[in-house]
Write a protein that binds this ligand. Structure first.
Ligand code: PAF
Length: 285
């Protein structure tokens, strides 16, 4: 595995390998969720590049940029064992300069859901991913469905900016109790960790109710009550049922709709997100 830290090193490597490049952008602190993206890329591409860069532009002023786990030595060993071709781990100065002026903004998708609580977050993601795509020039890039809104934003970015890159969405990897894997889970105490399963349980609760009603307002009301009663320590930020493509709320479930339930909540002050594709059985029509 080549360990690349500068744009020049990455470009030189990229020129040698020609096509067949799969790219997995990460912020490090790798867990099974990331590794599932890497394994998928290894299966589908001749060369797999992973980037590790904790992107300051996607963190708000009061967010956890400074506290975000940085475990480069361990991550490097894990990736080496998996057999990737190259790891790109640049410094902040390699990616940004104080004179930078370009900003990438998605006018609608960036401002919905997580974007309305984390102002500027998705624009910061779009900017760094654009820079990384330009440097790596991958044929495919891999994003986890756990951050479903992020995956949709990247798909839109690639389509509107005409990048010849196939975006591959990889299903969320979960702990045995259903908690979605996330680097931020490490912030939780054992008590908080036990509460954190509330997000997935609430999503499953919605799915279990789907055969009984097609009205999303009813589903959401019952699911909020379930969450408050069963997990009183969890502070809900939002719970929504949206169309998978537009991410706009839907009022009525039908078999032709592609509904997805989205949730964000705080556990011990740690912000967690999750989502679930909803299956609409014929008898709910
Ligand atoms: O999902 C992440 O880890 C980050 O948002 C990404 C895509 C690596 C951009 O910094």
């Amino acid at each position: 595995m080549e360990f690349l830290q500068t744009k020049a090193e990455l470009r030189a490597w990229r020129q040698k390998v020609k096509d067949g490049v799969g790219f997995v952008p990460t912020m490090g602190a790798l867990h099974e969720g990331h590794l599932s993206l890497v394994r998928r890329s290894l299966e589908e591409n001749a060369w797999t590049v992973v980037s590790i860069f904790v992107n300051p532009r996607q963190f708000g002023a009061n967010e956890d940029y400074h506290r975000y786990p940085r475990t480069l030595d361990r991550d490097r060993r894990l990736l080496e064992n998996l057999g990737i071709a190259a790891l790109f781990a640049p410094s902040e100065e390699e990616i940004y300069s104080p004179e930078d002026e370009v900003w990438i903004s998605l006018t609608r998708l960036s401002r919905l859901w997580c974007g309305s609580y984390r102002l500027g977050h998705f624009d910061g993601v779009a900017l760094v991913v654009t820079k990384l795509f330009n440097l790596v020039a991958p044929n495919r890039a891999y994003f986890g469905e756990k951050d479903f809104q992020q995956a949709r934003i990247i798909e839109k970015l690639v389509s509107e900016l005409f990048y010849p890159i196939e975006i591959v969405r990889v299903p969320t990897v979960r702990e045995p109790d259903g908690l979605a894997m996330s680097s931020r889970n490490t912030y939780l105490s054992p008590r908080g960790r036990a509460q954190a399963v509330a997000l997935y349980k609430t999503l499953q609760y919605i799915q279990a109710l789907v055969p009984k009603t097609r009205l999303t307002a009813d589903l959401l009301r019952e699911a909020r009550t379930y969450l408050i009663e069963r997990f009183p320590e969890v502070k809900l930020e939002y719970l929504a049922i949206v169309d998978e493509y537009s991410l706009e709320p839907i009022e009525h479930l039908s078999q032709t709709s592609q509904p997805r339930a989205l949730i964000a909540a705080y556990v011990e002050g740690v912000r967690l997100i999750d989502n679930l594709s909803l299956t609409v059985p014929p008898d709910a029509e």
